[in-house]
Design a protein around this ligand. Sequence first.
Ligand code: AMP
Length: 222
Amino acid sequence: MQLILLGLPGAGKGTQAQLLAQRQGLLHISTGDMFRQAAAEGTDLGKRAQEYMSRGELVPDEVTIGMLLDRIQRPDAAAGIMLDGFPRTIPQAEALDAALANQNRAIDAVLYIKVPEDLLMARLTGRWSCPNCGAIYHELTSPPAAKGKCDRCGADLTQRADDRPDTVRARLDTNRTWTEALADYYEKQGKLHAVDGAGEPDQVTARLTAEIDAVSAAGEKA
Ligand code: AMP
């Protein structure tokens, strides 16, 4: 199977991609992880990617497409792939379709993990840390006993700039633009499957698994 996972930041895409790839025996490919690894190794590709990543911009298509197509042509990708973070532009989606067609393969399904806006905001802006002792809290999953105060040392908790509501909202807006464009692209191909991403991670995994099983059963019947 060739699957793509779509979802806005905070939808749990990375975690689910890893779990599902393991369950389905697919190679999990995250272009973000590939760029981070290349940057850590200091390769030319990594240095180039780092310039864009540090500005929060997309790495140009000519770099990203080449890297991804090379990866999916290696032997360990032959049994199937679970793409996470790729494609992010229509040219990337088109290049992927063309490359898979050359190998007599195709995307089987695109799973779009949907989470209501207010829940995404709560997940992404809930993190607070203690400037004094380094303790980390999350309003949803591990709140401090007294709001805004560290349980361990009583200091006032602080929020990272990246986690502040205005920054998070801007990030969601940018991501929504390309995510919706890709959702449309795959909807037109009849491959888009929306999955409810609210609730506990294992509930979401169960919904995604049911969707994949349905796609797989339909494929076997055809
Ligand atoms: P991620 O971990 O998926 O959020 O990716 C981290 C960063 O890597 C992104 O902010 C982009 O700068 C870059 N990146 C990852 N995947 C792509 C892609 N498909 N197209 C362009 N840039 C990407």
